[in-house]
Design a protein around this ligand. Structure first.
Ligand SMILES: [Zn+2]
Length: 149
């Protein structure tokens, strides 16, 4: 492969989508060609910066619907995409509703256990009083420890 052929394959290489048969050839060329290596580094930096700046962004459902409406009527994949958008919105609503219910239960149980602690002796609930255990709330995961104190 010459330099032009190598550079055509750089995006696939960076995305990890290069066929194994081509990968060896491209890597062999890069090992011996400074210009193509420089171009690969440049493309990697660009790809990374685009990914970082677009992180967390996604088109609004309204935008997706508008795009779908511009497509031909018979476009089956677009219809499926529209259904997926609707499904996802319903799923999100359900998850939010469950989270709110779980939080409400947790608050009620917390208040009940505090009241029991005040009324009882030494902060213990009176004998025979069982505090209901709330279902596990889908609380956000704690931030991973970075090793610093
Ligand atoms: Zn080259």
């Amino acid at each position: 492969m010459n330099c032009d052929e190598i550079r055509e394959r750089l995006p696939a290489l960076i995305d990890g989508e290069l066929e194994a048969s081509e990968l060896a050839e491209v890597e062999k060329h890069l090992a011996g060609c400074t210009e193509c290596r420089t171009e690969k580094t440049r493309q990697e930096k660009f790809t990374t910066s685009v990914k970082v700046s677009l992180e967390g962004l996604r088109p609004s459902d309204r935008f997706i619907k508008q795009v779908i409406e511009k497509l031909p009527e018979s476009d089956a994949p677009a219809r499926e995409a529209e259904a997926a958008v609707t499904r996802r919105r319903n799923t999100v609503s359900l998850v939010v509703a469950l989270a709110i219910i779980a939080l409400a239960v947790a608050v009620i149980v917390f208040r009940m256990s505090r009241r029991a602690g005040r009324d009882g002796q030494g902060g213990k609930p009176p004998a025979g009083t069982s505090v209901p255990v709330p279902p596990p709330a889908p609380a956000p995961a704690p931030a991973p420890s970075s090793g610093r104190p």
